[in-house]
Structure formats: structure tokens, C-alpha cells
Write a protein that binds this ligand. Structure first.
Ligand code: 13P
Length: 260
């Protein structure tokens, strides 16, 4: 990403309430965040997020969408319905959806196209399991997951955010080491540069997996980290605000280093 601005996205998963949104609205009201930031809430909270967060710099989004445009798909929610709530982001292919709902890479690619067609930004999650890492398969897994999206978008993924989320670091309190994050982001950036029509500078690559206020600065200062996808620590306004502050500070430091 050529911009120094970082992106911090909260993934509330199956948590949250209107009361929690009201807390965020109070905490972020009148605050200049210093980074791009948003909350991906459960579908039932999208309309509430739209009214609660409108007066803040926080954006909002969903955690999934249907791969179909409309029709007889009981229980599903389309990208167009999400866009009607003025959402900016939709998380696609989160590890929990790939695992619990057996989402295929083809489905993930279809969903990415639906999100883009409705004018929102897909946040595409990719990442290896601990078994795949142990078997030295990390790069093969990342390449496979990434290539599906690159091909589906005709080799132009500049409108997509890639979230590197190693499965073994999600919800465990065990963050990947900064060196490992940098290595994975470097690999993803190279894969984009080699396989897309453009370089990786046009694509935000963010990290997810046990990011907290305590470790966020160490993550953001690594090369090629464009932000964070935050689960547990995005549920409390105070914690999320602290992570956004860490992102803003890091962006200022990057800008200072570049303009020296
Ligand atoms: P945690 O931050 O709770 O580890 O969750 C990460 C995640 O899955 C975000 O999408």
C-alpha cells in the first residue's frame, strides 16, 4: 500500500449487542482515530451499527455474505442487503467459516465478487493450520488461497484487503512472532507482485490472530503489515481504541521515516 495509513478491523464474530455499539459510539464520538478503522458485526447489528457509528470515524461491515445475488436461499444474506446498511467491509473466507461451514475456495472467490459488485471492500482471510505449518505447507496453502482470488478478479486485486490469519494464532492468546508475520506478509506480497497485473503496493495486507493493545505496536512496526484484523480485543471500545492508537502512531513513524 502506498498510503501510510493503517487499517484496523474488528471482527465481533458471534458477540456484541446494541449496548456494546452504544459504548463504541460514545468512546469514538469526536475522536480523530488516525487510521482507517471499522467493526464487522453480526448481521442483526448492521442497521444498529449504521445509526450508532455514523457520527464517528469508524466504518462498519459484515462477517460473511451469500455467494448468490438473491433468491431461495433460506437464512442467507446477500451482499446487496449488507450494502443497503451502508457497510464498507465484508469479511470473506474467515478460517471459522472455511472450517465450520466447509466453505470452498470457489465459494470464497464468488463471495469476493459479490462484495465488490456492491461497492464494498472484501477482507479476504487466508492462513495455514498448525498441521500445515508443521508439514512445511504454509507457502503452498497461502499461494493456493490467494491465487483463487487473483484469478477470479482477472489478476487485479487492488480493491481487496488480504488478511493473513494463521489458524493456530486465532483466539488462543498466542500471536505469531513478528518475524514470522513479516515472513508471511513478504511471501504474500511477492505472490501478488508475480501473479497480479499490479505490484503489492496497491494492496493492503493485514494481520489477524490474538492482536491485543499489548502487542499491536510490535505487529504494526513490521514491514509490509498494513493493519490488523482483531477478534477478542475488538469487543471493548477501550481496547479497540488502544489498538487504533498504536496503528496511528506507527503510521506517523513510517511517514517520518519516508520524509527524512
Ligand atoms: P482473535 O483476535 O480473537 O485471536 O481473533 C482473530 C480473528 O479471527 C479475527 O478475524
Amino acid at each position: 500500500m502506498s498510503s501510510t495509513e493503517l487499517l484496523v478491523i474488528g471482527n465481533w464474530k458471534m458477540n456484541g449487542s446494541r449496548a456494546a455499539l452504544a459504548d463504541f459510539a460514545r468512546a469514538f464520538s469526536g475522536v480523530s482515530i488516525g487510521c482507517d478503522a471499522g467493526l464487522c458485526v453480526p448481521f442483526t447489528l448492521l442497521a444498529a451499527a449504521q445509526s450508532a457509528l455514523l457520527g464517528t470515524e469508524l466504518r462498519w461491515g459484515a462477517q460473511d455474505c451469500s455467494e448468490e445475488a438473491e433468491g431461495a436461499f433460506t437464512g442467507d444474506v446477500s451482499a446487496a442487503m449488507i450494502a443497503e446498511c451502508r457497510a464498507s467491509y465484508v469479511i470473506v473466507g474467515h478460517a471459522e467459516r472455511r472450517r465450520v461451514h466447509a466453505e470452498s475456495e470457489g465459494q470464497v472467490a464468488n463471495k469476493v465478487q459479490r462484495v465488490l459488485a456492491c461497492g464494498m471492500t472484501p477482507i479476504v482471510c487466508i492462513g495455514e493450520s498448525s498441521e500445515e505449518r508443521d508439514a512445511n505447507q504454509t507457502k503452498a496453502v497461502l499461494r493456493r488461497q490467494l491465487m483463487q482470488v487473483i484469478r477470479a478478479l482477472n489478476h487485479d486485486i487492488r480493491s481487496v484487503v488480504i488478511a493473513y490469519e494463521p489458524l493456530w494464532a486465532i483466539g488462543r492468546g498466542q500471536i505469531a512472532s513478528p518475524g514470522l508475520i513479516e515472513e508471511a506478509h513478504g511471501f504474500i506480497a511477492d505472490a501478488i507482485t508475480f501473479n497480479a497485473k499490479h505490484t503489492a503496493h496497491g494492496v493492503r495486507i493485514i494481520y489477524g490472530g490474538s492482536v491485543t493493545p499489548g502487542n499491536a505496536a510490535a505487529v504494526f512496526t513490521r514491514r509490509l503489515v498494513g493493519g490488523a484484523l482483531v477478534g477478542g480485543a475488538s469487543l471493548r471500545a477501550e481496547d479497540f481504541m488502544a489498538i487504533c492508537h498504536a496503528a496511528a502512531t506507527c503510521a506517523q513513524q513510517r511517514l517520518a521515516a519516508w520524509t527524512q
